[in-house]
Design a protein around this ligand. Sequence first.
Ligand SMILES: [Zn+2]
Length: 449
Amino acid sequence: MKRSNTTGEAAIFRDVSLKSLKSQTGGIEAPISEVLTMLRDVSSRVDGEPAQTIKDAMKVLSSHELYAPSINRFRDADRIATQYYDGLIRLHHPARQRKRSVVDAHREKRGSHGERRRVSADVKNALENDNCWKFDILHLEKVSDHHALSQVGMKVFERWKVCDVLGCSDDLLNRWILSIEAHYHAGNTYHNATHAADVLQATSFFLDSSNVATHVNESHAVAALLAAAVHDLDHPGRGNAYLINTRQSLAILYNDNSILENHHIALAFQLTLQHNANVNIFSNLSREEFIQMRHAMVEMVLATDISRHFEYLAKFNKMSVIDVAEEQRDTNSLTICDMLVKCADISNPAREWGLCQRWAHRIVEEYFEQTREEKEKGLPVTMEVFDRNTCNVPITQCGFIDMFAREAFATFTEFAKLGELSDQLESNYEKWKLMTSQWTPSHNTNLIL
Ligand SMILES: [Zn+2]
């Protein structure tokens, strides 16, 4: 005997009545509505628990945000996790975010026309082993006088033959990376050009692993490298929540949705394409090639929005690379690159201990400054744990690993066969954990030094 429809079921059937819509619109049907129709047919032929399970599944599939997770893996009592969640994911607005690619016309800056620098012996030495995970980007920052991005960039681009793929000259690519580098804020302790250089080096390292290379196509690999270089362009050293709370023009422009990420990639294209700047590395691509390159870069930079972390993780987890058709290979290639740039962006906890620690101090310092400003201006405090007067830095780092880094690295490194990175992450985690009991707020005074 079939149960009578509840309101919930009625709602589902309204959703799946797209079949009737199909007849009206001449064959337009989304794949998901086909799946829902199939499930409804099956559910009408079974009774009891199986029928209910199918209905529950239909309810889930009827959601508009299939990859947006409902996070319930941490207890409310877990203060650090809750604050990361509120500060980096929930951001004071209930709806999930959508991609946008509107160019920010108000913050246009003139591209710099840097001269190609001669590479000193120190820089040359510091660039050795740039294809190793142990590569010390902070040493390169020092000896290159804060030009780690352009220096490691040109070396990485040469290895990946970026000029050949883009059909541009070495000089043009060099002018481009110098212009990009000049639009990072040197005053930020974390979100500066060296962080972009670090993410670029990690992206190149990941692409190098043979298992990744098998599944990533050449243009996506180049898009991933370029996306890594620009992924935090013109970052103001304050997070999305701060921009929303202070009603910054960027927040208004992007409707509070992935504000910074939209800005980074929009500005990158704006700088690249502007007339007279002579940095258009895409000018020799065909219209179709440019559209594809742009699509991939936009997608990858937007994927670095940490508030959408679990969505991209779920997408990567659901990907199948076995016996796939050509079209699916292309989709997989992009999904892998999204994940790869994301992992590169949060790779600090998986670096050698010395680097891991120094990067942690840099980001915490930037958060301290944001908290100070929020308190000073009477704004909502995005992440209360990052108060210089009370913060236990090791606890915040364990919290970040627990919440974001561990699972992402475990999943990605298993795929890429780079298990040693997850081992390094666990070893760093143990070091942070040991430090928690000895940490006092006095340690927070001069973190960077
Ligand atoms: Zn970043």
